[in-house]
Design a protein. Structure first.
Length: 209
């Protein structure tokens, strides 16, 4: 082995040795770091997919179909508060995006979470427990978190879009920026909720002799 090869191997082994030592001394922090990095990658994927699906569904009549379900009390203005609040009409015209926006958001999140499930299970938690059982509890958690995140979105979605599109007069650019901000907020909520859930459902089962 030449001198350059030995030098390269030392450069590679240095960070790897540091990481292995860190994992041994701080396994929970190491696990959280890997979870954080993978989650960021999934968030970037969502930011790429979201405008694609949104533009596709925006060309259909779905944007004119009202999708407001699961009413939960009223807003401060006395209007009905919906967990999933996507009023008919384009956002640029004062609507809520309709069924088109809802599908764009949910399909994006569904694809991202399927990838996230296998990535976190195999890489972060290195789980060897029953995959179907883990998938079942993951699906239950996904439904609950989706409803919770949608309910929380009612507090910040409209103000963000109004601020960027109307108050600041950014129009279509403001809508795109608002899409990114709301997706990041939604991803952040899922990040802090999913990690303790994954710790429970992604277990390492001792090998049977």
């Amino acid at each position: 082995m030449g001198k350059e090869s030995l030098k390269d191997s030392k450069i590679v082994s240095g960070p790897l040795r540091f990481w292995n030592n860190f994992k041994e001394k701080h396994p929970n922090f190491a696990q959280l770091f890997v979870f954080f990095m993978l989650s960021n990658g999934i968030t970037v994927l969502q930011l790429v997919l979201m405008p694609v699906f949104k533009s596709i569904f925006a060309q259909t009549s779905l944007i004119q179909i009202n999708f407001q379900i699961l009413q939960f009390g009223q807003t401060l203005n006395g209007n009905p508060y919906y967990v999933f609040d996507y009023a008919a009409g384009a956002l640029s015209t004062g609507g809520g995006g309709g069924l088109a926006y809802f599908l764009a958001v949910q399909i994006t999140i569904a694809i991202a979470q399927i990838i996230n499930f296998f990535a976190q299970r195999s890489i972060t938690f290195k789980s060897n427990s029953n995959v179907w059982k883990a998938a079942f509890w993951y699906f239950i958690a996904y439904i609950i978190i989706t409803i919770g995140a949608a309910a929380a979105q009612g507090f910040y979605k409209t103000p963000i879009y109004n601020l960027l599109m109307d108050t600041w007069g950014l129009g279509g650019t403001g809508e795109t920026i608002a899409d990114v901000i709301t997706m990041i907020i939604n991803s952040a909520i899922q990040f802090w909720v999913f990690f303790p859930i994954f710790k429970i459902i992604f277990k390492q089962v001792p090998d049977e002799k």
